[in-house]
Design a protein around this ligand. Structure first.
Ligand code: ATP
Length: 316
C-alpha cells in the first residue's frame, strides 16, 4: 500500500510555556478534504503551519509521501497555505497576483496557466483589475487561483471563509468542494465553524488543547462522539449522565407516555424548517427540535421520549 500523502508522527510544538500541539499522530490521504475543527487556541493553525514549514516541531516527524520533510524550507514544500486575510498584493493586478508563484515558468506558459486558473475560479476577464476593485468573494477566489497555480500537492486553508457573510460562505463552501473534486486534490481546512466542517469534509478532526480528541467522517463524529467534549462541540446535545441525546431525536408529547420524561416548555424558537424547544424537566433543561412550525408554546406541560438507540453512551 502506498504511504499516506501526509503523516504527522507524534508531533509536538510549544511556545515558551504554552503547549500549542501535543503528540499529534494523523494520516491524510491523497484526494481527501480534511477539516481541523476546534475552539480558539486549540492548536489548529499551528498544526497547519508545521506542515507548511513556518514552524518546526519540538518532537515528532512530518512525512510527505513517506519522506521526512524537516529539512525542506516552506517554499520547497509542495504545500500551499492560504491565509484568512488572503494576503493579496494590493499594487499588483489580479493576473500578476496569480502569476506570483509561477516565476520559474517561461512567460507564455505562465500566462496560459494564469488564464486557466482565472477560468477555474470564474474570474475570466478580470485579470487586469486590482484587488481593491473586487468584491470580498472575488478576492477570495483570486487567492485560491494564486494558491493552485503552482500545482501544490496539498492546499492548506486557514479559515478561508471567515471574512465572507453567511450566504456567500455557504455558496463558497459548495464551490470549494466542487473545485477540490474536479482537481482531485488534497485540501486541509482549519475552521472553528462546525457546520462548515461537516459540509465540506470527507473526514475531520476535533482538536482540544493541542491534542486530537477524535478523528473520523463527520457523520461518525456527530452520531458516535467519543467524549462529552466532542459531543458538545459538534452540534447541540443533551447529556443525561453518561448518555448523549441529540435534540432532533427527542419527541414532545401532550399526554403521558411510558418511560417519558415530564417537563414544561420554557421557550421555543421558530427557525423556518424546524422549531427549537427548551423543556425544563426535574433533572435538566432539555433541548428538543421538531420539524416545521411550533405546535407547543411556553408553559405547556409535555412528555419527552427518544428511541433507545438515539442515546449514545460516552466513555469520557
Ligand atoms: P484560532 O482558532 O483562535 O486561530 P488555533 O486553534 O488556530 O486558534 P493556534 O493559533 O494554533 O490556535 O494557537 C495554539 C496556542 O499556541 C495558543 O495558546 C496560542 O496563543 C499559542 N501560540 C500560537 N502561536 C504562537 C506564537 N508564535 N508564540 C506564542 N504562542 C503562540
Amino acid at each position: 500500500m502506498s504511504p499516506p500523502l501526509v503523516r504527522f508522527e507524534g508531533v509536538s510544538k510549544r511556545f515558551g510555556g504554552t503547549v500549542a500541539v501535543e503528540d499529534v499522530s494523523l494520516d491524510i490521504q491523497e484526494g481527501e478534504f480534511f477539516a481541523l475543527l476546534g475552539p480558539s487556541g486549540c492548536g489548529k493553525t499551528t498544526l497547519m503551519r508545521l506542515l507548511a514549514g513556518f514552524e518546526a516541531p519540538d518532537a515528532g516527524r512530518i512525512l510527505l509521501d513517506g519522506r521526512d520533510i524537516a529539512a525542506l524550507p516552506p517554499h520547497r514544500r509542495p504545500v500551499h497555505m492560504m491565509f484568512q486575510s488572503y494576503a493579496l498584493f494590493p499594487h499588483l493586478s489580479v493576473a500578476q497576483n496569480v502569476a506570483f508563484g509561477l516565476k520559474g515558468l517561461p512567460k507564455a506558459a505562465a500566462a496560459a496557466r494564469v488564464e486557466e486558473m482565472l477560468a477555474l475560479v470564474r474570474l475570466d476577464g478580470l485579470g487586469a483589475r486590482k484587488p481593491h476593485q473586487l468584491s470580498g468573494g472575488q478576492q477570495q477566489r483570486v487567492a485560491l487561483a494564486r494558491a493552485l497555480a503552482p500545482r501544490p500537492r496539498i492546499l492548506l486553508l486557514d479559515e478561508p471563509m471567515a471574512a465572507l457573510d453567511r450566504k456567500l460562505r455557504e455558496e463558497t463552501q459548495l464551490e470549494l468542494m466542487a473545485l477540490q473534486r474536479r482537481l482531485a486534490m488534497t485540501f486541509m481546512i482549519v475552521t472553528h465553524d462546525q457546520d462548515e466542517a461537516m459540509v465540506v469534509a470527507d473526514r475531520m478532526a476535533v482538536m482540544q488543547s493541542g491534542r486530537l480528541a477524535q478523528v473520523g467522517p463527520p457523520r461518525e463524529l456527530y452520531e458516535r462522539p467519543a467524549s462529552r467534549a466532542v459531543a458538545r462541540f459538534i452540534g447541540e446535545v443533551n447529556l443525561f449522565g453518561d448518555q448523549a441525546v441529540r435534540p432532533e431525536s427527542i419527541t414532545l408529547h401532550r399526554q403521558p407516555q411510558p418511560d417519558a420524561l415530564a417537563g414544561t416548555v420554557t421557550d421555543y424558537a421558530y427557525l423556518g424548517d424546524r422549531t427549537r424547544y427548551l423543556v425544563q424537566t426535574e433533572a435538566a433543561l432539555v433541548k428538543a427540535t421538531a420539524p416545521g412550525a411550533p405546535t407547543f408554546s411556553s408553559g405547556d406541560q409535555v412528555w419527552l421520549t427518544w428511541p433507545t438507540d438515539a442515546a449514545v453512551r460516552l466513555e469520557r
